[in-house]
Design a protein around this ligand. Structure first.
Ligand code: HAM
Length: 536
């Protein structure tokens, strides 16, 4: 086949968004903007300021905060090697633990290549140049030089014979392997699966405990979890969240945070909103409850499914989360945390509920509400909405006193929530509350050179006055232009031909009813302004 023919045969690859990710397109993005704008407005009336966070952070941050044993960290994180020094790990693994597995010459080569890789990584800044790391690299290098000398003294046959290692050589080779293991090669980062950990990290990093407390922050943006995609569940999804850090753990703070989300949902006219509340106790009372629950679960272990059986050991609370039909009867008979809260937690929970009532926030108590992240204590809540099928939680949150401390900061109170923006939008659309006005205000149908110049000026003035304007780049017959205006959903067509330009009277056609009227330029602007004010 000739080169030309081969090229013709080669079909260009069609790319698609990676599974679990998607494009958000107009007109839906106008709704996303409305939702986000409303969040900015409502949250700022509650005194919250926006924080913008990186989308990736050290993996360890999430492991510590969210919990190493949670699904989010254990199975769903997108982690990667931050410095691109993965190749060094590979070379390090090429050095065997038992040197006699290789001939002296092969062993020498494996270490040489590893150390050459180290040199390259140091030069190209792919390795952390901490004092500790540099010292252990130097020690490895010196130990290698000594071994190399001793290997060079062997004859060719001995060098290539695995049985010619001397005891000293084996000892020093093993020591080199031990040293090489101590070199810190990579540092790993992960795409954030959530943002509470990042907000706490930022609170500590910027010494925000020095600011007037509590510090009230909100954020919005993409999060990443490798979950099985389905309706309302994506691998890149969006959250709008808020956190209150520092100050006291006054129940009024819990209630106000919840009141803020409910106000936001109310403003958006989200339908079928249901707030579920629970308290999961604290370090004092929860462990005792978990043990009691475990003991009770062990008694009925045989009647539970495989997942729940496993969770008896790993995290008995999550059994309460089970949706399995056959387990519901058993779960209903299990001890409830509300009956096992310590005095302080019980009082706190009662006060949060009272505070919600004072604010007119309607809630339902749900003793089975446990959250899939480790940092929670006391108040936990979840909000569901209409039209979401099985993935119906549109918001989740709770209190997490102690998390900042766990991340190396001072003892700090904390509470917050995150809204799943994708689900929020889905619910608004399904209930018919997602309408946004798109389409142009004015389509300028112009014909002729002189009219083109006037049309450009008119477009400029109308846009300056805040109207959205479509100005066709080439001349069109009026009939075609009006058809185009209709397709774009324009409210008006401004007709500019030679007559209009020379008379200084412009024709405005209202597309909904086909009526037409003539205006001078200033009158036209005034008329459009008045109409806009009337319709909004
Ligand atoms: P979360 O319950 O893991 O909590 O997530 C909050 C919300 O994010 C969920 O209710 C859901 O609407 C949405 N969401 C989670 N995963 C997905 C997904 N794969 N696709 C679409 N939407 C999803 C947190 O993330 C905590 N950081 C909340 C928080 C803030 N707690 C205290 N402060």
């Amino acid at each position: 086949m000739s080169e030309g023919a081969a090229k013709k045969e080669e079909k260009p690859r069609k790319f698609q968004a990676v599974r679990g990710t998607r494009d958000l397109l107009p007109p839906e993005t106008a709704l996303w903007n409305r939702v986000e704008q409303t969040a900015h407005e409502i949250f700022s009336t509650f005194g919250f300021g926006e924080i913008r966070l990186p989308v990736f952070e050290p993996t360890e941050l999430f492991a510590r905060a969210v919990g190493g044993e949670t699904d989010i960290v254990n199975k769903e994180m997108y982690a990667f090697d931050l410095h691109g020094s993965f190749f060094l790990e590979y070379r390090r693994q090429e050095i065997p633990r038992y040197p006699e597995e290789l001939t002296p010459a092969e062993y020498e080569q494996a270490i040489r290549e590893f150390l050459e890789g180290i040199d390259f990584a140091l030069q190209s800044e792919r390795l952390e140049k901490t004092g500790e790391n540099l010292a252990v690299i130097e020690e490895t290098r010196q130990a290698f030089q000594a071994l190399q000398k001793s290997i060079q003294s062997l004859d060719l046959q001995q060098k290539n014979d695995g049985s010619s290692w001397s005891v000293e050589q084996l000892n020093s080779a093993e020591k080199i392997k031990d040293l090489a293991e101590k070199i810190k090669l990579g540092s790993y980062a992960a795409l954030r699966p959530e943002a509470t950990a990042s907000v706490c990290r930022a609170y500590i990093e910027h010494g925000m405990q020095q600011l007037p407390q509590p510090v009230k922050l909100y954020y919005m943006g993409p999060m990443f979890r490798r979950e099985r995609p389905q309706k309302g569940r994506y691998r890149q999804f969006y959250q709008i969240g808020a956190e209150v850090l520092g100050g006291s753990d006054a129940p009024a703070i819990d209630a106000e945070v919840i009141e803020m989300v409910m106000t936001f949902f109310d403003r958006l006219e989200l339908q079928g909103v249901q707030l579920d509340m629970n308290s999961i106790g604290d370090r004092n009372c929860r462990p005792k409850y978990v043990e009691l629950l475990r003991a009770e679960l062990l008694k009925v272990k045989d009647k539970l499914g495989a997942d729940s059986q496993r969770r008896i050991e790993t995290n008995p609370l999550r059994v309460l989360d089970s949706k399995l039909e056959s387990e519901q009867g058993i779960i209903a008979t299990l001890p409830r945390i509300a009956d096992h809260l310590c005095e302080e937690c019980a009082a706190h929970y009662a006060a949060v509920k009272h505070q919600l009532e004072m604010r007119g926030v309607i809630y339902r108590e749900n003793w089975r509400l446990v959250r899939g992240l480790d940092y929670y204590m006391r108040t936990t809540f979840e909000i569901t909405a209409q039209g979401l099928g099985s993935q119906n939680a549109v918001c989740g949150g709770g209190r997490y006193d102690g998390l900042v401390e766990l991340l190396g900061g001072p003892p700090t109170k904390g509470i917050g929530f995150a809204i799943g923006e994708d689900r929020l939008i889905l619910s608004l659309l399904e209930s018919g509350k997602g309408a946004v006005t798109t389409g142009r205000d004015v389509y300028i149908a112009w014909m002729g050179e002189r009219a083109h110049a006037t049309a450009i000026r008119a477009a400029k003035d109308l846009r300056k006055a805040g109207f959205s304007v479509e100005l066709p780049p080439v001349e069109q017959k009026f009939g075609k232009a009006l058809g185009q205006a209709d397709k774009l959903g324009a409210k008006y067509a401004l007709i500019l031909g030679d007559n209009e330009v020379s008379e200084g009277l412009w024709t405005l056609k209202t597309l909904a009813d086909g009526s037409q009227a003539k205006f001078t330029e200033p009158d036209l602007l005034e008329h459009l302004r008045r109409q806009k004010a009337l319709s909004s």
